[in-house]
Design a protein around this ligand. Structure first.
Ligand SMILES: Nc1ncnc2c1ncn2[C@@H]1O[C@H](COP(=O)(O)OP(=O)(O)O)[C@@H](O)[C@H]1O
Ligand SMILES: [Mg+2]
Length: 316
């Protein structure tokens, strides 16, 4: 039997179902997987039941409150109206510079400003977000910005991927521009989103005293963005086997408090993944209701995870 869907996640689930001898039928935009007794719906990245409460995770302001209620470690953050720039500035000052400013309900790192420091920069980026979205979310910046995606299903963590912001590694001969070109060719070959070149890249290079024409030393990793989304060219590295198991337990504990939800993707900042979790060395950045499987089944580096196979074992 040939898979009938094209979205990477649903195709992966579909293939896993076919491999297990289950039946797959299409119903409008979703797939129904069945063993003749019970059935499970797949719609793009979403599989299984999901509490309506998780809709809150589409909004960063409300999400923060729910996560706090669930007892999760989170960074301080608050949502402001466009007219509240004075209050927002006072709040940012109370958090301490730098801060992060982002839209309440966007995703994929769109309009997220990291490393915002001082009144002028704050008001510039606050207005930029607030004018476009009507509100702006101001958050304490995590000083250890290494981020991990925990793919959770059926109460368990099935994969942990380290998300590294878009970067190039110097060879002592090539300019940043040509290193980016080469890396983007590789990204294209492996069907990964390419590194987007925009103001943010120029800003991040400038902070390191570099430009697109600089030639980084051999072996030097040059970060190109301050956000780690894979969709803007970040790398995914599978670390489930090497991360300290206490983080897996901690994320599973938060996940267990989300009733009636089969899958979720937790984005977590971790100071040092080999050290055990404490109250102050990890924070949940956000929860994704429809976590894509691609970064786990085709990691840029590390052991691929067969998420679909494990999920079919759980469900049937
Ligand atoms: N408080 C923060 N401290 C440090 N980095 C952050 C913070 N918030 C966001 N980022 C960076 O920006 C990225 C996008 O922010 P996120 O809140 O996940 O928005 P989106 O929903 O657009 O992905 C994160 O993956 C992370 O790399
Ligand atoms: Mg995100």
């Amino acid at each position: 039997m040939e898979p009938i869907t094209t979205n990477i996640s649903s195709r992966h689930f579909e293939q896993a179902a076919i491999d297990k001898g289950l039946s797959v039928t299409r119903s409008r935009k979703s797939l129904i997987i069945s063993d003749g007794k019970s059935q499970v719906k797949v719609s793009n990245s979403l599989i299984g039941k999901q509490s309506p409460l998780t809709k809150v995770f589409n909004k960063k302001g409300a999400s923060k409150l729910l996560l706090k209620t669930l007892g999760a470690n989170v960074l301080e953050g608050y949502l402001f109206n466009a007219e509240e720039r004075g209050r927002a500035l006072a709040y940012a000052e109370s958090l301490g510079w730098p801060v992060v400013i982002k839209p309440d309900d966007e995703n994929k790192g769109r309009s997220v400003y990291v490393n915002v420091e001082g009144e002028d920069a704050f008001l510039t980026y606050f207005d930029r977000v607030a004018e476009r979205y009507g509100t702006a979310f101001v958050e304490k910046q995590c000083e250890f910005a290494t981020e991990y995606r925990f793919y959770c299903a059926g109460g368990r963590v099935l994969a942990v991927t380290r998300r590294v912001p878009a970067n190039v590694v110097g060879d002592g001969i090539s300019s940043v521009a040509s290193l980016v070109k080469a890396k983007n060719r590789l990204k294209k070959e492996r069907r990964y989103p390419r590194i987007k070149l925009d103001d943010e890249v120029a800003r991040v290079l400038d902070k390191q005293g570099l430009s697109m024409d600089s030639v980084p030393d051999k072996g030097r990793t040059v970060p190109l963005r301050s956000t780690s989304n894979i969709s803007t060219g970040g790398d995914s590295v599978e670390v489930m086997e090497t991360i300290h198991p206490s983080y897996i337990e901690a994320v599973e504990a938060v996940f267990a408090r989300l009733p009636d939800t089969f899958i979720a993707g937790f984005d977590v900042f971790i100071r040092e993944m080999h050290e055990p979790a404490s109250d102050s060395n990890w924070f949940i950045c956000e929860v994704n209701r429809r976590p894509a499987v691609r970064m786990h089944i085709f990691p840029w580096e590390g052991e691929p995870k067969n998420i679909g196979k494990e999920i079919m074992e759980m469900l049937f």
